[in-house]
Ligand binder design. Structure first.
Ligand code: UFG
Length: 330
């Protein structure tokens, strides 16, 4: 198949393009470079020995998207493009709602117009909000209260309505847990601009000595060591989940968690990083971060049964591959 990948130069997008190309599919990347770098394209080519299509374009631009859809035979779309920083979304709500909603609607509209009937959407476990884990796909949508989380839930609803109105249109909503790690080549990985918000990119900067220490947000949660527990998933596993989703032959809407089904605490992750990589990561316990839940992990029963998806990599692989990519960047 020929798959259009919006945000295809980003962290998860680039790994997904690699998996698509290595499985014999073709890919067309659309990326506006807002939170990615153009040299990721060369790295994708280097890893795969193939050259996907590339358009430096904005998925909110209906005219540009129409041009791309009209000129290419596209069999499916994986839509990653979007703003994703929770904290920033609180201070820039209009930018988040506009960018995330409009891009999803423009891409869906072009799919309907050009009869591209496979749509995979990059959603998030944030749509479960503070419900008790393990989180199941049929739980109510009650996103963590911030504009970023709201956009994920809204886009899920919009795409569901589009599928209802267009019976031949299939939508797969993939709810990611906490993607970390990097490709084993060390050539692509997570490379956020500015000071990172998420745990792993922050750990990497501390390990490199760029930031003095990691702040561990709270050690008084109701978890085995008191620190927050999350379901970390290797980005290559996550990318393979997309491959399964786009290859799945089904009409209507399907929803799948992409996680491992088990949780790891902040201190477990940090200590595994130190042990596996042999580098120090100084840290300090500070107060809880607003909006954090104690524990979040996926129920993976449905994605295993219906999608045939099972994460293969563990925490040691995640910290090793993340550090290898980070060292390569130096
Ligand atoms: N943490 C720290 N110090 C840091 C950063 C994070 O202790 O500097 C802790 C957090 O308190 C939490 C854990 O590390 O316990 C993971 O935090 P992240 O910010 O890496 O990830 P979150 O689980 O908060 O958020 C992620 C995604 C969001 C998504 C959310 C819900 O980043 O996009 O999962 O699924 F919305």
């Amino acid at each position: 198949m020929n798959i259009l990948v919006t945000g295809g130069l980003g962290f998860i997008g680039s790994h997904t393009v690699v998996e698509l190309l290595e499985s014999g599919h073709e890919a067309i990347i659309v990326d506006n470079l807002y939170n990615s770098k153009v040299d990721v394209f060369d790295k994708i080519c280097q890893i795969t020995g193939k050259s996907p299509g590339l358009f430096i374009a904005d998925a909110t631009d209906a005219a540009e998207m129409d041009d791309i859809f009209s000129k290419h035979q596209i069999d499916g779309v994986i839509h990653f493009a979007g703003f994703k920083a929770v904290g920033e979304s609180v201070s820039k709500p209009l930018e988040y709602y506009r960018n995330n909603l409009v891009s999803a609607m423009v891409v869906a509209e072009k799919c309907v117009k050009y009869k591209v009937n496979r749509f995979v959407f990059s959603s998030s476990a944030t749509v479960y909000g503070e419900q008790e884990p393990p989180l199941k796909e049929d739980s109510e949508l009650m996103p963590t209260s911030n504009p970023y989380g709201e956009t994920k839930a809204m886009i899920e609803r919009i795409l569901t309505d589009v599928a209802k109105a267009n019976p031949e249109f299939s939508v797969c909503l993939l709810r990611y847990f906490n993607p970390v790690g990097a490709h084993k080549s060390g050539l692509i990985g997570e490379d956020p601009n500015g000071i990172p918000n998420n745990l792993m990119p922050f750990v990497l900067r501390v390990a490199r000595g760029e930031i003095e220490k990691l702040n561990v947000f709270g050690d008084d949660y109701d978890t085995p060591d008191g620190t927050g527990v999350r379901d970390y998933i290797h980005v290559v596993d996550l990318a393979r989940g997309h491959l399964k989703a786009i290859e799945k032959d089904s009409a209507g809407v399907s929803v799948y968690n992409l996680g491992t089904g088990s949780g790891t605490s902040v201190l477990e992750l940090v200590n595994t990083f130190i042990r596996v990589n042999g580098v120090d990561v100084p840290y300090e316990i500070v107060g809880r971060r607003d909006g954090d839940v104690a524990t979040c992990y996926a129920d993976v029963t449905k994605s295993l049964k219906e999608l045939g998806f099972k994460a293969e990599y563990g925490i040691e692989d995640m910290v090793r591959d993340a550090w290898q990519f980070e060292k390569n960047k130096c």
